[in-house]
Design a protein around this ligand. Sequence first.
Ligand code: ATP
Ligand code: MG
Length: 186
Amino acid sequence: VNDLIRSFVAVEVPDAARAQVCELLSRLGPVPGVRWVKPDAMHLTLAFLGEVTQNFIRSAEQALAPVAASAQCFDARLSGLGAFPSAHRARVFWVGMDQGRDELCRLQASIVQALVPVGFVPESRKFSPHLTLGRLKVPADVSSPAGVRFTGTAFAVDRVILFRSELRPEGPRYTRLAEFALAPSA
Ligand code: ATP
Ligand code: MG
């Protein structure tokens, strides 16, 4: 009953868009030091809840439902490569988005706002929409691969997912705890 559940809220990226990312990765070729995210696991994280109780999950679900229902579906498009904290000393290598950025930022902000009363502690950093492609244990320069041009095709963002994350030596396993549909766009 007191078991902790590692969880996060995210937007899924459809197969077609992830396939375009895979094609991009094959164009990039090897990038030394990067541990790549498995394509199946790629997503756009909105809020990382961390290790929380089942009670917290239940409250979070109740808080998320009305937020999702009052946000409209929108189109998003992956575009551009980048890295945190910078391309010269990268720890996280990612693909960004152009279309749908503002909508995703608003959705993220409303989710955070709804989760705070439940006990969620927001990050102090400004939200920066990205899909993590890979991670580096030792920061390295990825400015050359990050300079490759990429723009995917647009897809509809029509729901947010509450995921459970189980960290395993072979990589994290994400499973869906709950799904919240956004309101149909007019
Ligand atoms: P691994 O930790 O094994 O590399 P992972 O980072 O994908 O795998 P989690 O650590 O469970 O798995 O993270 C789940 C999601 O939450 C990922 O999108 C991750 O980038 C994001 N995340 C994890 N920790 C934080 C954090 N401290 N702040 C913001 N986002 C985070
Ligand atoms: Mg992690």
